[in-house]
Design a protein around this ligand. Structure first.
Ligand SMILES: [Zn+2]
Length: 350
């Protein structure tokens, strides 16, 4: 009897045992590394963690190249820990040689190791054509670029639009991070700017682009800007089989939704969701080395997210007087959201 009880206790503890963070293979599929200081890489190695850094913003070619060099050099020095996405400039968009120059630059980027192309929200919310209309992601002049990305077997990684909260009044926003940010940055608070494209118009443009490019591998950043409802996100994922999403900076939006519902969503779409954070390690932060910045992220982001996905603990929201429950995901689902989905969506990683 004693032996039976002992065995039963061992069995129970084996069931409750969750995988160890340090050894479990993990990819953070959405970070921004803008530094030549690679002292943070040891922390990655010690924790079996790899990073996908995204060169971001369709700014001038010289600014893009500066950010590109950070990413490429980190990749070259640490190809098993770091991969990267390039981007392209919108300078000269609409002029006859823009398409050719952009394709040439992207080809060079791929030859130097980029495995994806990031398109930021500035396409949709900043650039306008000669008639002063916003240039949206489904603009036909972008189609040859997306065709080229597909022909080279690379991935389009796209931050399109903003969280829905951006179009709501401050007191209707669902997470404190958004309401405090938009209170301080009214210029980005779209509720105050009805002359800009609407939330719905930006998502519809993305959908039309996906319809035109059914074989383009596509990762929608930030839960595809459908962070507020797993039902809405599920509907879009059902429509576009080439689309996956990263969770960068939107895990908090999972946490304000019903946890059983979020868990059910992740179990159902376990092949379509990539772990990501949007953390930055930057030279601009020059009083603190990259190793210290990474250590801070390790404690404040990577470990806490891991607790959320692997345990069923109750957590207290930082900003609201509300609790949320850990998702306690099965190990084979963790393997997908933390590793396998990123490997599949970003061929050439590692
Ligand atoms: Zn980002």
């Amino acid at each position: 009897m004693k032996i039976f009880l002992l065995l039963f206790a061992v069995f129970l503890s084996a069931c409750a045992q969750k995988p160890a963070f340090e050894t479990f293979p993990k990819i953070d599929a959405h970070v921004h590394l803008n530094t030549t200081d690679d002292s943070f890489v040891q922390l990655l190695r010690d924790n079996n963690l790899m990073l996908m850094t995204l060169v971001t913003g369709s700014v001038s070619q010289s600014e893009i190249e500066k950010e590109f060099r950070y990413a490429r050099d980190l990749y070259r020095a640490h190809p098993t820990s770091i991969a990267f996405a390039t981007t392209f400039s919108m300078d000269g968009f609409g002029e006859p040689d823009w398409e050719e120059n952009t394709i040439k630059w992207l080809g060079k980027s791929f030859d130097e190791g980029a495995i994806a192309v990031k398109v930021w929200k500035d396409i949709g919310m900043v650039f306008r054509d000669k008639e002063d209309n916003f240039i949206l992601i489904d603009d036909p002049r972008l189609d040859p670029i997306f065709d080229f990305i597909e022909s080279r077997d690379k991935t389009l990684v796209n931050h399109n639009g903003e969280p829905k909260n951006c179009w709501l009044p401050l007191d209707e926003m669902t997470v404190f991070g958004d309401s405090s940010y938009f209170a301080e940055h009214p210029q980005y608070h779209m509720y105050l700017h009805p002359d800009y494209p609407s939330y719905e118009a930006l998502n519809a443009a993305r959908d039309r682009m996906l319809e035109k490019h059914p074989n383009l591998r596509y990762v929608g950043c930030h839960l595809g800007s459908l962070e507020w409802s797993v039902d809405e996100l599920a509907e879009t994922l059902d429509k576009y089989s080439n689309m996956s999403v990263d969770m960068a900076a939107r895990i908090v939006h999972f946490q304000v939704q019903d946890s059983d519902k979020v868990r059910t969503f992740i179990l159902k779409y376990q092949d379509r969701v990539l772990y990501g954070t949007d953390i930055q390690i930057s030279e601009k932060n020059n009083s603190v080395g990259s190793k210290e910045q990474a250590q801070e992220m390790f404690e404040e982001v990577w470990l806490l997210d891991w607790e959320y996905f692997t345990s069923d603990k109750l957590f207290q929201q930082k900003d609201k007087d509300k609790e949320y429950k850990g998702l306690n995901l099965p190990e084979e689902v963790l393997e997908k959201i933390y590793y396998k989905n990123a490997i599949r969506m970003y061929p050439g990683f590692g």
